[in-house]
Design a protein around this ligand. Sequence first.
Ligand SMILES: Nc1ncnc2c1ncn2[C@@H]1O[C@H](COP(=O)(O)OP(=O)(O)O)[C@@H](O)[C@H]1O
Ligand SMILES: [Mg+2]
Length: 265
Amino acid sequence: MKPDFEQYITKTKLIEKTDASKKIFGEVFDDKTINLLHYLSQKKYFKEIEFAINEGKEAIVFRALDYNDEFKAVKIYRIKTANFHNMRPYIDGDNRFKKLGKDKHDMVFNWCKKEFKNLELAKKANVPVPGPLASKNNILVMDFIGDKEGIACKTLKDTKLNKEEMESVFEKVVDDYARLVFNANLIHADLSEFNILIKWQNEKPEPIIIDIGQAVLINHPKAMIFFERDIKNIARYFSRKGVEIDDESLKEKLRQMKEKIKKEK
Ligand SMILES: Nc1ncnc2c1ncn2[C@@H]1O[C@H](COP(=O)(O)OP(=O)(O)O)[C@@H](O)[C@H]1O
Ligand SMILES: [Mg+2]
């Protein structure tokens, strides 16, 4: 039986007729995606998609409400405008996925599954990431990163921090990245101030790492190249913000963390 998506859609606040929501609506809500949202909502992952929190390069992330009235984040990958060529180097060479052909759907679906699996690995390794809840085709359901009122956390790029806060965020990012690499065996491959959210806990900024669809296992043929790029991005950003760090000293810090993590095991 065909689900009644008309009914589902009118239940969501997205139908509000602002130009922004109309644009988003057209971009991601094709029949198949609506069908899938309906399926996931029947599976009780959420009851309502509320509104877009933010739009990234590959996806739009929505706030959703579940059946306990708790917030969830639903990331919907665009299929039509997916950049196939940019995705390929991160999927080819990952032995968790078979070599993909030229089908755009296949690529996006596997990418989404990859983000889910990477989040699972990161979570298990105690890296602060949104806990993954479900993935199906181009939709990923995960923990909502925000406050109790439902305001989503800002990215590091958009957060104002004083010197002391910046230094503490830096130390935590190094710690988290070391756990990601040495415990979860993952290289983020797109780590930057855009893919770190800042959650305020007891008035202290805590980094949460997001957007790990492109992350590869350390045995991936390009892992070293991606690792070097992550290092460069992080060292560049934090040194610009007044933290005394360069590529080499960041690598040294990671080596020290590796020893510490080994001892913890
Ligand atoms: N779990 C989440 N909770 C709250 N906001 C999120 C969550 N995941 C992503 N976001 C928001 O959505 C934006 C885009 O998500 P991201 O995973 O970086 O997608 P893209 O691959 O398109 O860059 C982020 O910058 C952030 O503002
Ligand atoms: Mg991003």
